[in-house]
Design a binder for this molecule. Sequence first.
Ligand code: ZN
Length: 204
Amino acid sequence: MKYCPHCSASLTLRTPEGDNRARYCCDSCNAILYQNPKNVVGVLPVYGDKILLCKRAIEPRKGKWTLPAGFMENGESSLEGAIRETKEEAGAELAIKSDSLYTLFNLPTISQVYIFFRAELSNLKFSPGIESEDVSLYKESDIPWSEIAFPVVKTTIEKYFEDRRSGSFPVRMFTVRHHADRSISTELVSCSDVQTTDTNRITE
Ligand SMILES: [Zn+2]
């Protein structure tokens, strides 16, 4: 960030008085440009024993499979954003139940929070949007595990098929860290069903 969005003066990176970290500050109009984590919201769309995946038509991870998800827009709720992304990327309509919240991932290394909801597809009408090359239903045995775009998506899908076997879908929160050696670790830090608190650490 170089110029003030309010008055176009040059910005200075410094710690404002009374603050404890550096911010972009405008010494012309005194604006402080706070930068905070971004929320990414998505859906795990289910139809019978299958789930809907989108093949990415854009970078990053072009050609890899993912769940419909994207950045929240101002003025919408996390669930509204997830439904919108599913419509945009997969052309799909969802039936939302009251237990839709499913996984939450903190990604402090890249300052993002991912939230995924579980929802049934309303019907079999779906088609790739502009950000998708393909949209397809997959049963567990056909999931292209090595072609999944992001660790948060892979973890959400893995937990879903595990949970299907028990019939219980607790809400889980993870912290994902990107390490200097390019490995990524995923740690479960909270689970709404204490019986299934498998505090395992997955490293890729
Ligand atoms: Zn300014």
